[in-house]
Ligand binder design. Structure first.
Ligand code: F6P
Length: 320
């Protein structure tokens, strides 16, 4: 292993820069060269990269986004695109590639591993935390904290106006973000795609709270549950209360990474280089019960991470 490539792909996540820095510095400390491919898979399709050195990855640890930039590449989803990326790796004599990204990027990594001799290692980084094989992804904690800051403020105005707020959070088709955010802001109701919601149940909860003197409330809804504008109207009509909608949206993807996201980036970055220097490829690094481990990309892509629904019950108990 002499030269490795590094790519950040898919939706950006706070801590991706910390991962770039960690991979580069650990790799260089072991005498490896690092090429950073630009704009996600696009960089491998167009052979666009820059040499990363311990010095030029300085000053980025605390920054959101990714200095390598990222993209969602439709061309890379096709076999021809994947072959082109494999050719780029061969052309530049890249022996190993670290792919930093979420579910879609790791699927891309698996497909690429079938077409190249280079060893591929995935580093899970997505605010959604929906990657099988790791308890947590880089960026998740940062996105949770960003949403908490916003929802705590919404709580103030909700209390002042005796209003119900629906706060829609990101998470793609999964409810990891919504559940953790809901629990940690003390949401009265949490809606996740994994559990079908009932309008009647939501209204009953709000009415029971009203009867107890709790006139305001926060409903944290994952974007994956569907149309929150429609839900707002339905709750207003059925419960006869004023409801407002706030969508946290892309702000959750940006901002400085929290200590937790930086820590994961450092640990995962180190482990990714360790795998490559031990000639182990086609794996993803991850966190399992507090320990950094690795798992095959095949397993990552053929399993679905489970949402811990016991947290939902706890949230309900705590929000009485
Ligand atoms: O995967 C991260 C994420 O922010 C999801 O939460 C969201 O559904 C999606 O990306 C948005 O994707 P795009 O950046 O393509 O609009």
């Amino acid at each position: 292993m002499k030269r490795i490539g590094l790519v950040t792909s898919g939706g950006d996540a706070p801590g991706m820069n910390a991962a770039i820095r960690a991979v580069t510095r650990v790799a260089c400390s072991q005498g490896l060269e690092v090429l950073g491919f630009e704009r996600g898979w696009e960089g491998l399709l167009t052979n666009t990269f820059r040499r990363l050195t311990p010095r030029n990855v300085g000053g980025i640890l605390h920054l959101g986004g990714t200095i390598l930039r990222t993209s969602r590449s439709p061309e890379f989803r096709k076999r021809a695109g994947i072959r082109k990326a494999a050719e780029t790796l061969a052309l530049n004599k890249v022996d190993g590639l670290v792919v930093v990204g979420g579910d879609g990027s790791l699927r891309g990594a698996l497909e690429l591993s079938k077409e190249t001799d280079a060893l591929i290692v995935g580093v899970p980084a997505t605010i959604d935390n929906d990657v099988f094989g790791t308890d947590e992804t880089i960026g998740f904690d940062s996105a949770v904290n960003t949403a908490i800051v916003e929802i705590d403020k919404i709580r103030d105005t909700a209390n002042s106006h005796d209003r119900i707020f629906i706060v829609e959070v990101m998470g793609r088709k999964r409810g990891f973000l919504a559940l953790t955010i809901g629990l940690t802001v003390g949401a009265e109701v949490i809606l996740v795609p994994e559990v079908e919601y009932s309008l009647e149940q939501i209204v009953r909860t709000l009415e029971m709270n009203g009867a107890k003197g709790k006139k305001s409330g926060i409903i944290v809804a994952a974007e994956g549950i569907g149309d929150t504008h429609k839900l707002l109207k339905e709750i207003e009509e059925k419960a006869g209360v004023e409801v407002r909608l706030s969508i946290t949206g892309y702000a959750q993807r940006g901002g400085n990474p929290t200590a937790r996201s930086r820590l994961l980036a450092n640990l995962f970055g180190e482990k990714a280089v360790e795998l490559l220097t031990n000639n182990q490829g086609n794996r993803m690094v991850g966190l399992e019960e507090g320990k950094v481990r690795s798992i095959s990309l095949e397993q990552v892509c053929s399993n679905e991470k489970r949402l811990d629904l016991s947290l939902m019950k706890l949230a309900q108990t705590l929000a009485t």
